[in-house]
Design a protein around this ligand. Sequence first.
Ligand SMILES: Nc1nc2c(c(=O)[nH]1)N[C@H]1C(S)=C(S)[C@@H](COP(=O)(O)OP(=O)(O)OC[C@H]3O[C@@H](n4cnc5c(N)ncnc54)[C@H](O)[C@@H]3O)O[C@H]1N2
Ligand code: MOO
Length: 122
Amino acid sequence: MPVVTVLSTGNELQDPGKPLETGCIRDSNKTTLVSLMKEAGFPVVDAGIARDNPKAVLSKLKEALSTGDVIVTTGSVSMGERDILRDVLITDIGAMVHYARVFMKPGWVLTLAGSLLVLAFH
Ligand SMILES: Nc1nc2c(c(=O)[nH]1)N[C@H]1C(S)=C(S)[C@@H](COP(=O)(O)OP(=O)(O)OC[C@H]3O[C@@H](n4cnc5c(N)ncnc54)[C@H](O)[C@@H]3O)O[C@H]1N2
Ligand code: MOO
């Protein structure tokens, strides 16, 4: 089975385990994704949270690529000025984006990119 590495993006995200700080929210998406992947039988690596700047996203993505055969990310592929993941994938990783939109809302900015294989959704 391929190893699936799951990475979240967002300055506001906080891991479970300590009281929630002002202006933060729990990284519930990663918890959900990790559980779903495990339930489906995949070995899973939790790659943590990348903060919303290109350097942090690149460094976390590189780390993720070294642990997983498939990378699933959440956040940072929509229309906001801090939605930078796609740029980093193309410019810094050299990934090919196969698609960046699907006919569904919410969730229309689902992105599939291959370098190895990165599935970025949000
Ligand atoms: N838990 C949620 N996740 C996502 C939501 C949502 O409503 N709740 N909306 C989805 C859609 S549609 C879009 S578009 C993207 C936008 O996410 P971005 O990261 O690009 O933009 P933000 O403005 O930072 O996030 C929107 C909203 O979703 C919360 N969020 C983002 N990532 C996570 C996460 N890992 N765990 C929990 N909540 C998250 C964020 O704090 C904002 O309130 O988001 C999709 N995902
Ligand atoms: O860009 Mo979301 O996918 O707000 O619907």
